[in-house]
Design a protein around this ligand. Structure first.
Ligand SMILES: NC(=O)c1ccc[n+]([C@@H]2O[C@H](COP(=O)([O-])OP(=O)(O)OC[C@H]3O[C@@H](n4cnc5c(N)ncnc54)[C@H](OP(=O)(O)O)[C@@H]3O)[C@@H](O)[C@H]2O)c1
Length: 341
């Protein structure tokens, strides 16, 4: 199996190691900064050996040379930003798995871009899907929990993750280090996209075969109570500045059950760890699932890599987790899981 690591940042570096260890030939790598372009991917990804793959800032050239079976894309968020990157991969007949969050379930927030990518993928006989932390923790686990209910009145999810576990793209996205005035001015000027919480709720509603009647989303700043060092920003966030944000989406369905998902992405003070918690209310009165100390950073990358055989095996087009088999552990080299292998 031949793969391109498209985005050699914090996530792409971990993904590189996982791919190599699962028997995948990494045959191309994309980044943009002068500090990375021209260097060996093994070195950029912090491996102890070279891979013989030079990081390049020309995606078209990388994809042309690579003849890749799969592009693992970890660059930025939102389909409007990522459209050209994803299209380039598909046009070179590479399947795509991405941690771009909107791709997880894009049909309500970016339907026309998703439809266009669906058509490009079908034209080139390949498949695109979004995976990442969402796959198990925010979709498969709550869906399975709902499977133990006779009646669901409401589903409530709550998750937190540490901005410092990721690269500059993520810190920038949650406005870590901004002043409250800068953040409020930004939201007043440009609004705030409902982002990953909305896409997750959309996926859960679709998976349950329900229909959205009304959706509301909101964002709230998380402010530093004391001066807090940030690894990702490379500076101290002073008291009163933003550590990050809490995004919340609530959907009422035509059929009755309501879904709320609340996600806090912020720079952590020392001693805090990632949380994932889901509560389903109805009959039984309450079903609860709580994961403490979630290794979100690594588990984002492991899930993306474990999804690769599903993506390659799926029919061409834009597919989502709701259409695929459940996530599975891959003990053997990834190509041994391909249909016909
Ligand atoms: N779904 C999930 O569970 C999940 C989890 C974590 C992160 N994410 C998302 O994944 C993305 C990447 O996260 P990260 O922590 O790895 O960020 P990061 O460390 O900033 O990495 C981004 C990478 O993309 C490259 N890049 C950015 N713009 C580019 C462009 N125009 N052309 C070519 N390369 C470009 C960067 O190159 P340089 O390094 O050379 O600048 C870098 O290698 C973010 O959007 C984040 O929100 C999703």
């Amino acid at each position: 199996m031949r793969a391109v690591v498209y985005g050699a940042g914090a996530m792409g570096s971990i993904i590189t190691r996982l791919l190599v260890e699962k028997g995948v030939s990494v045959v191309g790598a994309v980044a943009r900064s002068p500090g990375k372009v021209g260097r060996d991917l093994g070195e950029v990804a912090g491996l102890s050996f070279k891979l013989g793959v030079t990081v390049d800032d020309d995606p078209d050239a990388v994809m042309s040379r690579a003849a890749a079976d799969i592009a693992v894309v970890a660059v930025s968020s939102y389909l409007r930003t990522m459209y050209d990157h994803l299209r380039t991969c598909l046009e070179h007949e590479a399947n795509v798995v991405t941690i771009e969050e909107e791709s997880f379930f894009p049909w309500a927030t970016a339907p026309s871009l998703a439809k266009r990518l669906d058509l490009v993928a079908k034209r080139h006989g390949v498949t695109i899907m979004g995976s990442g932390a969402q796959d198990l923790y925010w979709m498969t686990l709550p869906s399975a929990l709902m499977g133990a209910a006779h009646r669901v009145d409401s589903v409530h999810g709550r998750t937190t993750w540490n901005v410092d576990d990721y690269g500059p793209e993520v810190a920038q996205h949650v406005h870590a280090g901004s002043t409250l005035e800068q953040f409020e001015a930004h939201v007043a000027r440009e609004g705030w996209p409902s982002f990953v919480v909305r896409n997750t709720v959309d996926a859960l509603v679709a998976d349950a075969g329900l229909t959205t009647a009304k959706m509301e989303s909101s964002v709230a700043p998380v402010l530093a109570a004391t001066d807090t060092p940030s690894r990702s920003l490379g500076r101290v966030i002073t008291a009163g500045e933003l550590l990050g944000v809490t995004d919340t989406a609530t959907t009422d369905t035509l059929e009755g059950p309501s879904f709320t998902f609340e996600q806090t992405g912020c720079v952590y003070a020392r001693g805090r760890s990632d949380l994932n918690e889901w509560v389903v209310r109805g009959e039984p009165a309450e079903l609860r699932l709580r994961n403490d100390d979630v290794p979100t950073r690594l588990a984002t990358c492991t899930q993306v890599v474990n999804r690769i055989p599903d993506v390659i095996n799926a029919p061409p087009g834009f597919t989502t987790v709701a259409d695929l088999p459940r996530l599975r552990y891959r003990h053997f080299p990834l190509d041994s899981y391909l249909v016909g292998a």
